[in-house]
Design a protein around this ligand. Structure first.
Ligand code: PHE
Length: 343
């Protein structure tokens, strides 16, 4: 290729590269008349000049295209204002740039959350303070503080998910018992009582089917005073279920084993007429019992002076019974058809 052709090509290259940098629409430069003129020129060259010149023009075009793509990507990145999704809603975003939020008529409260609110509300009105449970906890709160001895087979009864560094996705809301007892101890010392519930998501590594989910919700209750009795516990639970299902209910208990209560019980209600109960059908609703002396002692509460009761049970089951939902997996499925039934 002769020198004048090379010079010409280089001058067009410099011209178009400069134009690209300053252009509002760099892609437009790929259609520049100067580039088209180079292609037109190929045809009028000596046959021996055509191939090398044609290749040089093509490689110029390819390198311009690459440059355009790079500029477009750079500009796109610069246009997107970075947003700290963990920051409070209005932090650092000027009012006119805040994203618009869909109004609530585009969605509805998830049935589990709506019912959980009702449960919390009933216990709050009975005088219980409420705490949300943690979704990641440690071995001590899951087992040690709850009188599960090291290596005890009862630990295997809870198929816990663990992180690689040994933390646990809690398998029950009882993980909050020790914290509630520690925090409430001072109230006991000034003649008061501990009355708290904890609620939240719990996780179990089990095979899922219509009645078993790996993720579900529980509500736990803890009550401690100088005179708490099993009778108080049964009255509290019956009161709760009667309010929740809106009718008088028969209750019964049967023995059960949980290391953190003694005695341990399963609490049953007679299937309410409002849920198509025909009488004589019993539903297991939760585990409960008198708090084990070792659990009180671990939190610095003298079991000779104070006694308490605790219970814990699934919210999903409560809601399934209330609405005749046949498959627990609907709750976490994100199926719109299911959710719309509760909208
Ligand atoms: N944490 C127990 C469970 O999920 C239930 C329970 C709570 C039993 C409190 C007794 C007292 O299996």
């Amino acid at each position: 290729m002769n020198d004048s052709l090379t010079d010409h090509l280089n001058s067009v290259r410099t011209l178009l590269t400069d134009r690209l940098a300053g252009s509002a629409d760099p892609r437009e430069v790929l259609r520049a008349p100067e580039l088209k003129a180079l292609y037109d020129q190929i045809r009028v060259l000596e046959p021996s000049e055509r191939a090398p010149f044609g290749q040089a023009v093509n490689s110029l075009k390819v390198s311009l295209e690459k440059r355009v793509t790079a500029i477009e990507a750079e500009r796109l990145a610069a246009d997107v204002e970075s947003l700290d999704v963990t920051a409070p809603w209005d932090a650092g975003i000027s009012a006119d740039k805040r994203p618009t939020v869909l109004t609530s008529d585009h969605g509805s409260v998830h049935p589990l959350m709506r019912e959980l609110e009702r449960v919390i509300d009933i216990f709050t009105r009975m005088g219980f303070q409420s705490y949300e449970s943690r979704q990641l906890d440690d071995d001590f709160h899951m087992f040690g503080s709850l009188n599960f001895p090291e290596g005890h087979p009862a630990r295997d009864g809870y198929d816990t998910f663990r992180t690689t560094d040994g933390l646990i996705a809690p398998a029950h809301t009882s993980t909050m018992q020790h914290r509630i007892l520690l925090e409430g101890r001072e109230k006991l010392e000034v003649g008061g009582q501990i009355a708290a519930i904890s609620y939240g998501r719990v996780f179990r590594n089990e095979d899922i089917d219509p009645t078993h989910e790996h993720t579900f919700y529980q509500v736990e209750g803890v009550f401690v005073s100088k005179a708490a009795t099993l009778g108080d516990m049964l009255g509290t639970l019956r009161g709760f279920f009667q309010t929740y299902y809106g009718q008088t209910l028969r209750i019964k208990t049967q023995p059960a084993y949980f290391p953190f209560v003694e005695p341990g019980l399963e609490f049953l209600i007679e299937k309410p007429a409002s849920l198509d109960g025909k009488g004589g059908e019993w539903l297991e609703m939760l585990g409960c019992g008198m708090i084990h002396p070792n659990v009180l002692e671990q939190a610095g509460i003298d079991p000779m002076q104070y006694r308490g009761f605790a219970w814990g049970g699934g919210v999903d089951r409560l809601v399934m019974l209330k609405y005749g939902i046949e498959d627990v997996r609907h709750f976490e499925s994100g199926k719109l058809a299911f959710l719309k039934e509760f909208a």
